[in-house]
Design a protein around this ligand. Structure first.
Ligand code: 2HA
Ligand code: ZN
Length: 272
């Protein structure tokens, strides 16, 4: 079977293109990774090349031993994922210790996995543990409005969560776990991966101040939808602040009523 016809590849290209059209991925900005299912790994067995060298991940992710990921390439443009996937993305395999990875398909002509591969794998590891393996996607986007807010709001996850929940009624239903904030850090290494991973224990959404957003989810569609919902809410907040700020809003009691009717758990820490 041609890998390009496989459903997960088609879904990956679809959300990459949708995210590009949203304006979240200028030049080589942002990166997406997907952990393959057992069936998908079996499906690609015939085309993978096991000969490449291992590269250190930079952190240890024991529970990802022998897992396969579809990853975008370092310096590659999200808008080109639909043009030629094997030039711009590839499959990597993690070794049995969870310390190294190797490229087994794609990333041709000397391309490397995303510069944020350490943050992605760290977050995958934490989500796999926390969700008993149901989460498979990490997406990092340069979402304009969420970034803009990191210049204005205090860099406090409780403040971001509450402000963004208030901007759209469905928000606490879509991200009841709230948002974590990483203060500005040098991207691309183990320290920012550890900081992001720590927040991923509690949240599906982590914002990197003055840089972008990380979202985690079960499927490519759900993860894109989460990113889209948070960014839409951030856009409303930017408009509200530009019009002079809130004159009325959704109250803590409104949120409690919503939680009851929609059967979601909303932590009281956001409802003070
Ligand atoms: O350029 O988004 O964070 C890729 C990135 C780095
Ligand atoms: Zn980035």
């Amino acid at each position: 079977m041609n890998i390009e016809n496989m459903k997960f590849i088609q879904n990956f290209k679809k959300i990459a293109n949708d995210a590009w059209l949203k304006g979240w991925h200028e030049r080589n900005g942002g990166n997406i990774t997907y952990r393959l299912t057992q069936e998908e790994v079996s499906g690609v067995k015939g085309i993978i090349n096991d000969d490449s060298e291992y590269t250190p991940i930079g952190v240890t992710v024991k529970n990802l031993a022998n897992e396969y990921f579809l990853v975008t390439g370092s310096g590659k443009f999200i808008r080109n994922m639909t043009v030629c996937l094997e030039e711009n993305a590839g499959l990597i395999k993690v070794d049995e210790k969870g310390e190294n990875y190797k490229i087994v398909w794609g990333l041709i002509n000397g391309a490397r996995p995303t510069s944020e591969v350490t943050s992605h794998l760290m977050s995958h590891s934490i989500k796999k543990e926390k969700t008993k393996g149901t989460y498979r996607v990490i997406m990092h986007s340069h979402t304009t409005n969420a970034i803009a807010l990191t210049f204005v709001l205090p860099l406090d996850g409780k403040v971001f969560t509450r402000e963004l929940w208030e901007m759209a009624t469905e928000c606490p239903v879509v991200f009841p776990g709230g948002i974590g904030i990483v203060p500005w850090m040098v991207p691309g290494g183990a320290p920012i991966a550890e900081a992001t991973g720590k927040l991923m224990k509690k949240h599906d959404v982590v914002i990197w101040a003055h840089h972008g957003m990380f979202c985690a989810g079960e499927t490519l569609d759900l993860t894109f939808g989460l990113m889209d919902t948070v960014e839409k809410s951030a856009e409303i907040l930017v408009k509200v602040l530009s019009m002079g700020g809130k004159k009325q809003t959704i109250t803590s009691q409104n949120f409690r009523d919503l939680a009851k009717d929609f059967n979601v758990n909303i932590s009281e820490e956001y409802l003070i």
